[in-house]
Design a protein around this ligand. Structure first.
Ligand SMILES: Cc1cc2nc3c(=O)[nH]c(=O)nc-3n(C[C@H](O)[C@H](O)[C@H](O)COP(=O)(O)OP(=O)(O)OC[C@H]3O[C@@H](n4cnc5c(N)ncnc54)[C@H](O)[C@@H]3O)c2cc1C
Length: 287
């Protein structure tokens, strides 16, 4: 199918883009990598009257490693972020997650910020932002606001982005000292969206006892499901924590739904298995 007709804008600066979006209101849509939006347009599941292509706005491109983390601009492609050793040094979870996103061709074009705004409940990057308690910076004509991850994802394919707004960047905080991370998932074929996935961050103290452990699950709810499981680790040495018991606590908090790809029971089972793997691996990296 072909998309419904729309007016196409390709502004060269942010101010112009924001003016067009402000005028268009709920009839406007941003085009970034197009990896999700173009299929939606072709299937007429989205039919904006004005399409604002942001690919020529140079100021949206870079990413920056700062003392407190990584700020990723709206045009940083998945592959650029995945390949950056500077980013991997302060936030290895991004590289761990991006390896699981789609295929290289899609990662060459798709953007990290676009994936966040798209807010697919099975996508890896919204889960990473939620787990790390990052934020998304939204600009509109005359103002900017930072929305914490906990408030950004509001439902399946729904975010806090309002008509007239453009997501200019996302901030992923740096991992604390002695913290390890991991992202594991099960998909029917490599590159498909996951049936279920779990990411974990584990921090140990100077005696290698677990001081903090958090997980996030994807594909088992309308938004990324985060859980702080530190108390289940009972401040034990990482090597003696009963990770299977911790994983059961995570599993108990999920209420997955069945669809054509998997039953709810199978998804819940996957969460248990994957949580053990993610937590064990994150703990190994931490020590
Ligand atoms: C075959 C296939 C497999 C895939 N598998 C996976 C997978 O396993 N995991 C995964 O996470 N993703 C997967 N994807 C999606 C891919 O990661 C997309 O790149 C990503 O979801 C959207 O990024 P984009 O830059 O292409 O956004 P676009 O497609 O351009 O836009 C997506 C949505 O976000 C909005 N948007 C984008 N950027 C902004 C912005 N800066 N401000 C405001 N609104 C904005 C658009 O208006 C649109 O609503 C897959 C895609 C394909 C085609």
């Amino acid at each position: 199918m072909k998309p419904a007709p729309f007016d196409y804008y390709a502004p060269r600066d942010l101010g112009e883009a924001l003016d067009v979006l402000a005028e268009a209101g709920e009839h406007g849509k941003v085009l970034a990598g197009g990896q999700s939006l173009i299929p939606l347009l072709n299937m007429r599941l989205a039919a904006p009257e004005r399409l604002v292509d942001i690919n020529r706005i140079a100021s949206l491109e870079p990413f920056e490693v700062t003392p407190d983390g990584v700020r990723i601009g709206a045009l940083a492609r998945h592959s650029q972020v995945e390949r950056s050793d500077g980013i991997a040094a302060v936030q290895p979870l991004l590289r761990q997650a991006l390896k699981l996103v789609a295929h290289p061709v899609i990662r060459n074009r798709g953007t990290v910020v676009g994936s966040l705004v798209h807010a697919d409940p099975a996508a890896e990057l919204p889960a990473v932002l939620a787990l790390l308690r990052g934020s998304v910076r939204l600009a509109r004509a005359g103002g900017v606001r930072d929305v914490p991850a906990g408030e950004f994802f509001t439902g399946p394919l729904e975010s806090a982005l309002e008509p007239g707004e453009l997501a200019v960047s996302a901030h992923f905080p740096r991992l604390p000292e002695r913290t390890g991370s991991s992202f594991v998932e099960v998909a029917r074929r490599h590159g498909d969206y996951a049936l279920a996935g779990v990411a974990a961050v584990v921090t140990v103290d100077d005696d290698l006892r677990v001081s903090e452990a958090r997980v996030v699950c994807v594909g088992v709810g309308p938004v990324p499901l985060t859980a702080d499981v530190s108390e289940w680790c009972e401040r034990r040495p990482a090597s003696t924590v009963d990770w299977a018991a911790v994983a059961r606590a995570v599993q108990d908090r999920t209420e997955p739904e069945a669809d054509i790809h998997a039953t709810a029971e199978y998804r819940r089972h996957l969460v248990g298995v994957l949580a053990v793997r993610a937590l064990t691996e994150a703990a190994r990296h931490a020590v």
